[in-house]
Design a protein around this ligand. Structure first.
Ligand code: AMP
Length: 192
């Protein structure tokens, strides 16, 4: 747990596509006065702006595939270096692979910080597909949703064991009403 000089919340929200990570990240971040950092939102913005980054990730995102670890780590390194992330952050959508988790540890260690918690939002598979189909995003066609779920199982789910082994994992039932989920997350995080 962080204390003294590093007080603040450094947390990761983990969960399958459609688990409600984005919404909960925003709510928890607002309650704890830290930024919610969504790599998906950052990439969608880059695509919308037509930036060089956007051009590099556009087709990968549209296919429901993962952007490569080195590029993602660079995006997150730059974002965590901004002043608003000094006292903490909620990461939504990163890390998504073991290699990204290791890169995050290295980024934090370089400024003598560490993660306080990794919150896993648990939602049954049928509810995930239903929720994702209810959204209106370009990468929310059914076959792309299935692709993203498959990659989640293969590449991201191993992070559950990785963080549980380090005593950082907090499991929260994400199938309940939104307000209850937010309250449950806040109750399980160390107080500010
Ligand atoms: P999300 O909004 O988190 O579901 O992300 C949307 C898409 O952005 C994903 O399907 C990936 O193509 C890409 N993406 C976002 N974050 C990452 C990441 N950490 N690693 C690789 N690809 C990512």
């Amino acid at each position: 747990m962080s204390g003294g000089l590093s007080a603040g919340l450094r947390a990761v929200l983990l969960g399958a596509p459609g688990s409600g990570k984005g919404t909960q990240a925003e709510r928890v971040a607002a309650a704890r006065a830290v930024p919610a950092i969504s790599t998906g939102d950052m990439l969608r913005q880059a695509v919308a702006e037509g930036s060089e980054l956007g051009a590099r990730v556009k087709s990968v995102m549209a296919a429901g595939l993962l952007v490569d670890d080195a590029l993602m780590t660079e995006v997150v390194r730059e974002r965590l270096g901004r002043s608003d992330a000094c006292s903490g952050f909620i990461l939504d959508g990163f890390p998504r692979t073991i290699s990204q988790a290791e890169a995050l540890d290295a980024l934090l260690a370089a400024c003598r910080h560490a993660l306080d918690a990794v919150v896993l939002l648990e939602v049954p598979q049928e509810a995930l597909v239903r929720r994702a189909l209810g959204r209106k995003r370009d990468d929310d066609k059914e076959e792309v949703i299935r692709q993203r779920l498959e990659l989640y199982r293969e590449k991201t789910e191993p992070l559950v064991g990785h963080y549980a082994g380090r005593g950082l994992l907090v499991r929260v039932d994400g199938g309940r009403p939104m307000d209850d989920v937010t309250a449950a997350i806040l109750a399980r995080l160390a107080p500010a």
